[in-house]
Ligand binder design. Structure first.
Ligand SMILES: [Zn+2]
Length: 288
């Protein structure tokens, strides 16, 4: 009798690792699907070559309005782990709810979102928290590499802490504290004493209305703002109108929602470029 009850258990035990491997790259590595660039960046830094990392949001695509292709819905279902931020990309939320609940990691509840602002990764310390959670799940998926993942996490967290210190020190002594942006993505930099003034309702490609220009004009006069920031892909037409009509400079801040195709920049280099742009616009004393 005993052997009869044991047999199905044995079959189950043998079958489980096989089905877990169905998702792997065919070379034995687990596959991790990241839903957009900052999560992909962090996952790659920790995993090195030991995990196949897939980014659902292609370079140059705006992650907010990502629509998953059927092939990508399949990748979400088959992955060993899906790393995503709920409420940022509805089509990813849907694919996870339908096919990946048991093998997903939602970073939203882990990073202490402020005012429901999803752009937590612009705060390096919040991104560092997400990294720790990702590392724990990677170690579970590939226990033989757990030591390496832990060491890579440490290196990454040191770098992110350094970026945070550079922002703190680099924005300590500024002539102005207000910066004007088109897209409401930069609120997390309030921790460095800056106030972002997004031009409400103005999408990166929209032409500014007379009303928006008026709003900008009074803001710029009151706060002696010298620069209006647009995003990486903002229309040059808007920048032209603004610099002509309001006598201010335009410059670009990158919300790091993705990296342009073919670019060698990464999260860290883009954050440093953002810091330099903020220091220039706000008259911050740059330490040698
Ligand atoms: Zn955004």
């Amino acid at each position: 009798m005993r052997s009869r009850t044991l047999l199905p258990l044995l079959v189950l035990a043998l079958a489980a690792p096989l089905s877990a491997c169905a998702a792997s790259a065919g070379d034995g590595r687990p596959t991790v699907v990241a839903s957009f660039y900052p999560l992909e960046f962090v996952t790659r830094q920790i995993a090195g070559d030991h995990v196949r990392v897939v980014d659902l949001t292609a370079p140059g695509v705006e992650p907010h309005d990502l629509e998953l292709k059927p092939r990508q819905v399949g990748e979400v279902a088959d992955a060993d782990l899906v790393v995503y931020e709920s409420k940022l990309q509805p089509s990813v939320d849907e694919a996870v709810a339908q096919n990946a609940k048991a093998h997903s990691l939602d970073v939203a509840p882990l990073v202490d979102l402020e005012d429901r602002n999803p752009h937590f990764w612009l705060d390096p310390l919040r991104l560092s928290k997400a990294a720790a959670a990702i590392e724990a799940r990677l170690a579970k998926a590939e226990p033989s590499q757990a030591h390496l993942f832990a060491a890579n996490l440490k290196t990454l967290q040191d770098t992110l802490a350094q970026v945070d210190q550079q922002f703190s020190a680099g924005l300590r002594d500024c002539e102005r504290r207000v910066f004007v942006t088109s897209h409401d993505a930069f609120g997390y930099w309030s921790r460095y004493g800056l106030t972002s003034e997004p031009i409400a309702g103005l999408s990166p490609d929209a032409e500014p209305s007379a009303q928006h220009l008026d709003q900008l004009r009074s803001l710029i006069e009151e706060d002696h703002v010298t620069t209006v920031f647009s995003e990486t892909l903002a229309s040059p037409k808007m920048a032209d109108v603004l610099s002509h009509d309001l006598g201010v400079t335009t410059a670009v801040l990158d919300p790091i929602e993705g990296v342009a195709k073919g670019s060698s920049a990464d999260y860290v280099s883009i954050m440093r470029a953002n810091l330099a742009a903020l220091q220039k616009a706000n008259g911050c004393r740059v330490s040698p």
